[in-house]
Design a protein around this ligand. Structure first.
Ligand SMILES: Cc1cc2nc3c(=O)[nH]c(=O)nc-3n(C[C@H](O)[C@H](O)[C@H](O)COP(=O)(O)OP(=O)(O)OC[C@H]3O[C@@H](n4cnc5c(N)ncnc54)[C@H](O)[C@@H]3O)c2cc1C
Length: 377
């Protein structure tokens, strides 16, 4: 008889949420992490994450994010903490670009509340934005901001209260299948469980070398600038979250000023790295490239640089997630590689992963996230 029902390896966004849902279902769970989450070494730090519903990446994500909205709300009620700040959001770019056309497609297919704003309407409604005349925006009222460190901490605290055993600074070194589950090895010893979740984000390939997954870990820089004018217009009531297609398939995004400055970042276009040797310093050339975008599209945000932080994406070739059972060892589930857009879903992915780990079927189409697609390549 294994000691635990489930071992969760990796207690970041996905692992913390899964541990929470499993313990709510009365499962005996051991959670193990390389560090002590929330921490700054993975993919779930930097104070804020965007949540948006008119999903340009694919309409299949919409039901998932809608479930995530419900679960973030539940978690707020259970914890008494604010985890989501609704600001509305704009997806800005040329009408034929993938951001605007994809957001519109999802909004129309799922009948989401939205509006299309011309460049002039966007400038008038949110004067900090200065789009080019050929750009339009998809406005969606439900978009907003999640607080990732607080969300991870909240999932873990509530899971621990419900009986999860959490062991930090204890990385999983390897695992092996057993007839009735898995055995997991750390420097402190070995543990057994009926099921194993691998939610180790950027480190996934280290525990799945047999799968030869085509993952690319990508360095990303977050910047906080002090606006040089119109501070009031950067407050959340005047400034929604935004994603901007500034050149074909090139994006940057940002947030209103929540007291730390205006946070902005380029989406992708970062150097390939390894999670154990990420370059944490930010050089002047990178900052200048970010400023150039601000000068073009949000000129008054281009004030003094307040701070920077480096984070990492784990990308699949098609930028869809991985949420699937190990092809040979079905007692092992993989929930990670979210290609830089997974945080908003983590509440729902945690619930779905917990369902799968209890051998039940979640009511969502997960076909985009199957491992099979890599074997077909
Ligand atoms: C800069 C940046 C901006 C982003 N912006 C957004 C956004 O606006 N909206 C959005 O929805 N998403 C966004 N994302 C993506 C989102 O944050 C990630 O998809 C998500 O946080 C990944 O969660 P995870 O659980 O897979 O990884 P992590 O949260 O990194 O968790 C992995 C955990 O595994 C642990 N671990 C590693 N190896 C081992 C081991 N051997 N044993 C035990 N534990 C181990 C690590 O210590 C870590 O705690 C962004 C990501 C970045 C980097």
């Amino acid at each position: 008889m294994p000691e635990y029902d489930v071992i969760v390896a990796g207690l970041g966004a996905m692992g913390s949420a899964t541990t929470y849902h499993l313990t709510r279902n009365g499962r005996r769970v051991l959670g193990l992490d390389r560090f002590q989450p929330p921490h700054q070494f993975g993919s779930s730090h930097g104070l804020t994450r965007i949540i948006r519903e008119a999903y340009f990446e694919h309409p299949l994500y919409v039901p998932l994010v809608q479930r995530a909205y419900e679960l973030w709300g539940d978690l707020e009620k259970k914890s008494g903490r604010q985890l989501l700040l609704q600001t509305g959001g704009v997806m800005v770019g040329p009408p034929e670009g993938m951001l605007v056309s994809g957001s519109k497609r999802s909004a129309e297919e799922h009948k989401l509340a939205h509006q299309i704003l011309s460049a002039a309407e966007l400038r008038q409604r949110f004067p900090v934005f200065q789009p080019a005349d050929n750009m339009v925006a998809v406005w969606e009222p439900r978009a907003g901001i999640l607080f990732p460190e607080l969300a991870v901490q909240t999932h873990l605290e509530l899971a621990a209260k419900s009986g999860a055993a959490l062991r930090f600074n204890e990385p999983v070194l390897r695992w092996e299948p057993m007839p009735d589950g898995v055995r997991v090895f750390t420097a402190a010893g070995a543990y057994t469980a009926g099921r194993l979740l691998l939610s180790i984000g950027a480190w996934l390939s280290t525990l799945t070398p047999d799968l030869n997954l085509p993952l690319r870990v990508e360095r990303q820089v977050l910047y906080w600038f002090e606006p040089r004018a119109h501070l009031e217009l950067f407050q959340p009531r005047n400034c929604p979250v935004y994603l901007w297609e500034n050149a074909p398939n090139q994006f940057f995004y940002g947030f209103p000023d929540l007291g730390d400055g205006v946070k902005v970042a380029v989406h992708h276009q970062g150097e390939t790295t390894h999670p154990d040797s990420v370059r944490r310093e930010v050089d002047d050339g990178e900052t200048e490239a970010m400023r150039e975008l601000l000068r073009r599209f949000l000129p008054t945000a281009d004030g003094p640089l307040k701070s920077t932080v480096v984070c990492i994406y784990t990308n699949t070739p098609d930028e869809h997630f991985i949420l699937d059972r190990h092809p040979v060892h079905q007692q092992v589930l993989i929930a990670s590689p979210c290609s830089g857009h997974g945080f908003k879903f983590s509440a729902a992915i945690g619930e779905i992963a917990a369902t799968l780990l209890q051998d039940k079927s979640p009511p969502f189409d997960l076909s985009l996230f199957e491992l099979q697609r890599f074997r077909e390549r």
